[in-house]
Design a protein around this ligand. Structure first.
Ligand SMILES: NC(=O)c1ccc[n+]([C@@H]2O[C@H](COP(=O)([O-])OP(=O)(O)OC[C@H]3O[C@@H](n4cnc5c(N)ncnc54)[C@H](O)[C@@H]3O)[C@@H](O)[C@H]2O)c1
Length: 283
């Protein structure tokens, strides 16, 4: 018996990282999976983008669990593409029970040097893309008078982040959006919550700009990243965490265990938000 037996979970950004973990953990618990991702590079993102091979690997890992999976190339900035993906999912599997709006990007810029393009691409993907995913599934969920929506925010949806004000602005917006739709959609039996990941080791963080940020200087290394990750948490032995820890949180929120949980933000951050914060560049 799995926690999601017979359910269908729709995931954005399912091609790698946390999105793939959401697919695999949901499938392990009995769900069939529909996921979207894009293999096109982003104008403002310096780290490598997701590939067709990445998307195929998610499919393979879900199928290895004997669950059905539909992989669709779609950009969350494109409402029509998401509407079509949801329609394909319903045509294939009959319904969508849960949405995990996980797709996102992370870029670095001081506020004074931020270009309009860097600001706008962030907001277009990390908050408008979340809105598009919700708008794509909600009519179907209202019709069925049930559904669970999990939006991926961040610890930066609760605290600020120096040199990524655009990211924090979008992730705070995700929390405000979730709290509002939880109020609106409760009358239809639909729940909405956020997961707020701490430091997770994925393509978004395992790259040179992140090494440099954690080292505090250019030329940072993977080891700098990992040791910086330990300063980011309160729990013994925990630094950068595996994507599965976030998938386990979303699994709880999508399951019957959380049948009366709506409108909440769940930090999964090994105690990061319980700490008072640190000055990375003390003078
Ligand atoms: N990694 C971390 O430390 C961390 C911390 C807090 C929150 N998050 C959030 O977790 C989520 C997942 O990130 P991850 O760590 O797995 O990074 P990742 O880069 O490995 O995965 C993100 C996925 O989203 C997809 N995506 C991005 N923009 C898209 C678009 N316009 N259309 C369709 N797909 C798109 C990417 O192609 C990629 O497959 C993001 O929302 C991120 O902001 C990550």
């Amino acid at each position: 018996m799995g926690l999601l037996d017979g359910k269908v979970v729709f995931i954005t950004g399912g091609g790698r990282g946390q999105g793939r973990a959401h697919a695999v953990v949901s499938a392990r618990e009995g769900a069939d999976i529909v996921f979207v991702d894009t293999t096109r590079p982003f104008a403002t993102v310096p780290y490598p983008h997701t590939t067709a091979e990445d998307m195929a690997e998610t499919v393979q890992q879900v199928e290895a669990l004997d669950r059905r999976v539909l992989s669709i190339e779609a950009d969350v900035r494109d409402q029509k593409a998401l509407d079509a993906a949801v329609a394909s999912g319903i045509a294939e599997f009959g319904k969508i029970d849960c949405l995990i709006a996980n797709a996102g990007i992370w870029t670095l810029s001081s506020v004074q040097d931020m270009t309009d393009e860097t600001w706008q691409e962030m907001l277009d993907i990390n908050i408008t893309g979340v809105f598009h995913a919700v708008r794509a599934v909600v009519p179907h969920m209202i019709e069925r008078q049930q559904g669970s929506i999990v939006l991926t925010s961040s610890t930066n949806g609760i605290e600020g982040g120096a040199n990524y004000s655009h990211y924090a602005a979008a992730k705070f917006a995700v929390v405000g959006f979730m709290k509002s739709i939880a109020l609106e959609l409760g009358q239809y039996g639909i729940r909405a919550n956020t997961v707020n990941p701490g430091a997770i080791l994925t393509g978004m963080t395992n790259n040179q700009p992140a090494y440099d940020m954690f080292a505090g200087h250019p030329g940072g290394t993977y080891e700098d990243l990992l040791s910086g990750g330990h300063s980011f948490t309160a729990l013994k032995g925990v630094g950068f965490m595996d994507p599965e820890v976030i998938a386990n949180g979303a699994l709880f929120l999508n399951s019957a265990l959380a049948a009366t949980v709506t409108g909440v933000s769940l930090p999964i951050d090994a105690g990061h938000l319980a700490m008072a914060g640190i000055n990375l560049d003390p003078k």
